[in-house]
Design a protein around this ligand. Structure first.
Ligand SMILES: [Zn+2]
Ligand SMILES: [Zn+2]
Length: 186
């Protein structure tokens, strides 16, 4: 049996982390790596001890859920909390980072960003990464355990995200849809 590549190994870890996400709008995972070792991981969710979007619905302002800390931020904050340097490290994320995370990643010294899925790639984020000499590389996830589960979850997240953008449904209705969709993952 051939060995899994480093890229696939770390990207799989990020997808596993995404399964811990508590936000019903999008499930994101991030793994920070230094010298081929995972030094931190995160997923998008509420602050520790806070209510979860998956229980109470998202807290949406200007079409963004403001309740959650993004996966990349959570991974960086884990390093801050335990005093682990991020200078020169790499990050594997399931989705292209948002502008806020992009800035935080640059500022914390991350040198390479590997992402699996294009997600509203902000032109300013792309520009900032270039300016800061941060390498950004697309790594598509190949075969992993839980693959079907991940794909279904991502598909449903995308659908619900799209639906929320149409503003045809309120948060309660969206949550109800998400709950129903979870029946198929049981
Ligand atoms: Zn949310
Ligand atoms: Zn972000």
């Amino acid at each position: 049996m051939s060995r899994i590549s480093w890229d696939q190994y770390f990207m799989s870890q990020s997808h596993l982390l995404a399964l811990r996400s508590t936000c019903t709008r999008l499930a994101v995972g991030a793994t920070i790596v230094r010298e081929k070792r995972m030094i931190a991981g995160g997923y998008n969710g509420s602050i520790a001890g806070g209510v979860h979007c998956s229980d109470e619905g998202c807290y949406v302002i200007d079409n963004h859920c403001v309740r959650t800390i993004h996966a990349e931020m959570n991974a960086l904050l884990q390093c801050a909390k335990f005093g682990v340097p991020t200078e020169g490290a790499e990050i594997y994320v399931t989705h292209f980072p948002c502008l806020q995370c992009c800035k935080a990643l640059i500022q914390s010294g991350i040198k390479t960003v590997y992402y699996a899925v294009d997600y509203k790639n902000h032109p300013y984020a792309i520009e900032l990464f270039e300016q800061a000499n941060v390498k950004v590389e697309h790594v598509e996830l190949e075969k992993v355990p839980y693959e079907d589960h991940i794909k279904k979850l991502q598909f449903v997240s995308e659908l619900i995200d799209r639906l929320s953008e149409t503003k045809d449904l309120d948060e309660k209705e969206l949550l109800e849809l998400k709950r129903k969709s979870e029946l198929y993952f049981a």
